[in-house]
Design a protein around this ligand. Structure first.
Ligand SMILES: Cc1cc2nc3c(=O)[nH]c(=O)nc-3n(C[C@H](O)[C@H](O)[C@H](O)COP(=O)(O)OP(=O)(O)OC[C@H]3O[C@@H](n4cnc5c(N)ncnc54)[C@H](O)[C@@H]3O)c2cc1C
Length: 383
């Protein structure tokens, strides 16, 4: 699916070999289940374990915590290959983000307790930030965590939480100090979903990504040990989140660039085969002009994405670059997929066609990981 005659500058021979094995694995072990997962609205646990065995979940984590000691480029390869294949129901990205929250901010005990299981896929995780009353404005969360002896009691509601039905552990954002101004009273907690008071809500009926178990979650006086506080210090939650958000946004940007390449390739193939008025649709000048424009957008997106990956690898990816990539590439993704779908005519509206699924699956990329308006706001602050 990658553009012909183009090689990402961050690729090397080891990454080529990793890409080949990941591609084969996705084709043989994940893709055959994609339809079933879309019907049952969740992925199967065995697939998570198989991805863990492949080193696909936390390839860029030190091996002492269950990772593979790779650079973020290995994870970029995983994201790209999942999107080239259209294997989008298994939300590995959440485990990747949670793993990095814990690596960056967790105590040594938290790292040893959770990271190996997250990397192996034995533990499926969620991040519970959004609430029915607030998403973009996270400082407005109403979930509370009240200290009671050597425990915290968490109460509140969360919604739109990825992996919500499957998760064994949830990183929850809650207020530990309701008097503190702004972000200061916010903390993150690592909650084992077997804890009494943790309640899974319904799996939500969405426009796209039907194979992901996006759900509600409730915390009804859920008592967790004080050692569940990420990093062991109250009031650091917002900072801990912000530290990792560029990487979460980079993941979404990488997925967007790969999805565009796939949409473009599928469309060239289809228009070459499909006939109307005695010739292939690709022969109409309109098709060639449109696809020429789309190819230029896909190429520009690929090179922008490569810059983001390179900065991630170099350790120089900042908020502005990640936010620019997130909003620009996901806006382009929706534009490209929509324009490509048009060439499939009525078939483009049928879910059995990958382009139709891509249309409904891609829309959320402009909303989650921080709405694109928020990304523009963040970039605006750099001016
Ligand atoms: C499929 C899916 C999966 C998700 N997974 C997770 C998850 O795993 N964990 C999690 O915590 N959340 C998750 N979310 C939630 C997602 O991150 C939020 O929906 C998103 O951050 C927007 O928050 P909101 O829905 O409350 O929208 P609101 O905050 O109500 O905003 C609505 C709209 O208002 C506009 N807006 C808001 N603020 C501004 C501003 N300052 N300037 C200009 N315009 C603005 C934007 O257009 C925005 O889209 C998921 C959502 C979906 C749909």
């Amino acid at each position: 699916m990658r553009l012909e005659n183009y090689r990402s500058p961050w690729m090397d021979a080891d990454l080529d070999a990793f890409r080949d094995s990941v591609r084969r694995f996705i084709r043989e072990q994940l893709l055959p289940h994609e339809d079933k997962w879309r019907e049952q609205h969740r992925s199967d646990r065995e697939a998570w374990r198989a991805c863990g065995e492949m080193g696909m979940i936390l390839p860029d984590m030190p091996s002492e915590y269950g990772g593979v000691d790779g650079s973020p480029a290995y994870y970029a390869v995983v994201m790209e290959e999942l999107n080239y294949a259209g294997s989008v129901s298994i939300a590995l990205g959440i485990n990747h983000i949670v793993g990095h929250y814990i690596l960056a901010s967790g105590t040594e005990e938290q790292k040893r307790q959770w990271l190996p299981g997250i990397a192996s896929g034995e533990i499926i995780t969620s991040i519970a930030m959004t609430e029915p009353g607030t998403g973009s404005d996270l400082q407005g969360v109403r979930t509370r965590a009240v200290k009671k002896g050597d425990k915290y009691v968490i109460s509140g509601s969360k919604t739109f939480i990825s992996n919500g039905q499957n998760s064994d552990m949830v990183v929850v954002i809650a207020k530990t100090d309701t008097e503190a101004k702004g972000s200061k009273g916010i903390s993150l907690f690592i909650v084992d979903t077997r804890t009494p008071g943790f309640i899974r809500g319904q799996c939500l009926d969405k426009v796209g990504l039907p194979g992901q178990d996006t759900s509600e979650m409730f915390f009804d006086e859920c008592e967790v040990p004080a050692s569940s506080l990420l990093g062991g210090v109250e009031g650091k939650g917002f900072y801990q989140l912000m530290q990792q958000l560029p990487y979460e946004r980079a993941e979404i940007a990488i997925a967007a660039a790969a999805a565009m390449e796939r949409a473009f390739a599928l469309t060239v193939d289809y228009t070459r085969e499909r006939k109307a008025f005695g010739k292939s649709i690709l022969e109409f000048q309109n098709t060639r002009f449109q696809l020429a424009e789309i190819k230029a957008i896909v190429m520009a997106s690929r090179t922008f994405c490569d810059l983001i990956v390179q900065r991630w690898v170099d350790g120089t990816l900042d908020t502005t670059m990640a936010s620019m990539g997130k909003f620009w590439l996901t806006d382009r993704q929706c534009e490209v997929v929509d324009r490509c779908l048009q060439f499939f005519g009525g078939f483009g509206y049928m879910n059995e066609y990958p382009i139709a699924r891509m249309f409904s699956d891609s829309r959320v990329a402009r909303i989650y990981g921080g709405a694109n308006e928020i990304q523009r706001e963040l970039v605006g602050r750099s001016l």
